[in-house]
Design a protein around this ligand. Structure first.
Ligand code: KG4
Ligand code: ZN
Length: 339
């Protein structure tokens, strides 16, 4: 019998609801929050208020687009962390109340596991190959940067992680320094396509093992821009595309150097990319080159599944549903990474 899961995601600044049938997406609705743009980053209190406004219409639209009635749902999966507590509380409280009202199970999903498991989703009428365990997954978002060895759906071993900023944060901060809007990742990506990545060189942190560091890169970018602006007030305007391409190159190189090292040290056939930064065209290309060079099969999430969305939460719920791993109404959201 088919399993219908409603997924709810509200960990940061996107309110999202999705309905899936087994691993097929029937709907995936995402309401962004423009309110943060003028502050150059997410304001937690404003985020939770916007989630409250968005959650009912978003869930209603997701059910309508899927053509599914609430009483046909098998279970409701929701993001329980990590994320902003006020934001998580909106999605988790709603999920619990709705599941209680419908008398169906609730399933909690970890946001990072959900990003990884997005690679197991299909669009309607699509059947594509899936990664096989164990695989190596570079998970890169606005809040997290990790290399995971994924042994099973919910057995993910952290091989390396950032010791300071996340890769998405590095993109966003570099964009801010260039006077570009938030979130900066997509804007840098677009500009970088017109620029020369070798025009300026920024030092990549050399830290031991498989960990990452991006704070030094951000500081050297800041000082480089500040010093050049003293000589030429139009420095950013005249070199915007090259600056974007060069900082993107440095971020991607820090990521792929460590993935290459991890591939040498850990036995895995498949290579997988996940998280918001996996939308980056330069990173996708660099991972493709690395996979070809090391004879690994590469799995990239569809663009619509890279940044925060509820379909990835729903598929996390689906795999737990199969194992009857349901959660209780007492489960409390958490802000800090648990992997
Ligand atoms: O996964 P996500 O939606 O939220 C978190 O869980 O953090 O990731 C958001 C991050 C932001 O930092 C954003 O700038 C970055 O993903 N991002 C990109 C691109 N699209 C989104 N970074 C680089 N290139 C992109 N095309
Ligand atoms: Zn995310």
């Amino acid at each position: 019998m088919s399993v219908y899961i409603l997924g709810i995601e509200s960990s940061c600044d996107d309110t999202s609801a999705a309905v899936i049938c087994d691993t097929t997406i029937l709907s995936n609705v995402i309401a962004g929050q423009a309110v943060h743009a003028e502050y150059g980053g997410v304001v937690p209190e404003l985020a939770s208020r916007a989630h409250q406004q968005n959650i009912i219409p978003v869930i209603d639209t997701a059910l309508k687009r899927a053509g599914i009635r609430a009483d046909q749902l098998s279970a409701i999966a929701y993001t329980n962390g990590p994320g902003l507590l006020g934001s998580l509380l909106v999605g988790s409280s709603f999920a619990k109340a709705m599941a209680f009202g419908l008398d169906i199970p609730i399933i909690e999903a970890d946001h990072l596991q959900a990003h990884v498991l997005a690679n197991f989703l299909n669009a309607k009428d699509e059947e594509k190959p899936k990664p096989s365990f164990p695989f190596l997954c570079l998970t890169v978002s606005g809040g997290h940067t990790m290399i995971l060895k994924v042994n099973d759906y919910f057995d993910m071993q952290v091989l390396g992680k950032t010791i300071d900023d996340a890769a998405g944060e590095a993109f966003d901060k570099a964009a801010k320094i260039l006077g570009l809007p938030y979130p900066g990742g997509p804007v840098i990506d677009k500009l970088a396509k017109e620029g020369d990545p070798k025009r300026f060189s920024f030092a990549i942190a050399h830290i031991p093992g498989l960990d990452f560091s991006f704070s030094g890169l951000k500081t050297s970018f800041l000082y480089f821009i500040r010093d050049n602006l003293k000589e030429n007030p139009n420095f950013i305007e005249e070199n915007k595309a090259d600056l974007a391409a060069s900082i993107q190159y440095a971020i991607i190189k820090s990521l792929t150097d460590k993935v290459a090292k991890a591939l040498k040290e850990h036995k895995c056939n498949d290579l997988v990319l996940a998280g918001g930064v996996s939308a980056n065209s330069g990173l996708r290309e660099a991972m493709r080159t690395l996979a070809d060079k090391t004879h690994r099969q590469l799995f990239l999430p569809a663009f619509s599944l890279t940044t925060d969305n509820a379909a990835m939460v729903a598929v996390c719920g689906y795999f737990k549903y199969l194992k009857h791993e349901f959660s209780s109404l007492n489960a409390a959201p958490y802000s800090v990474q648990r992997l």
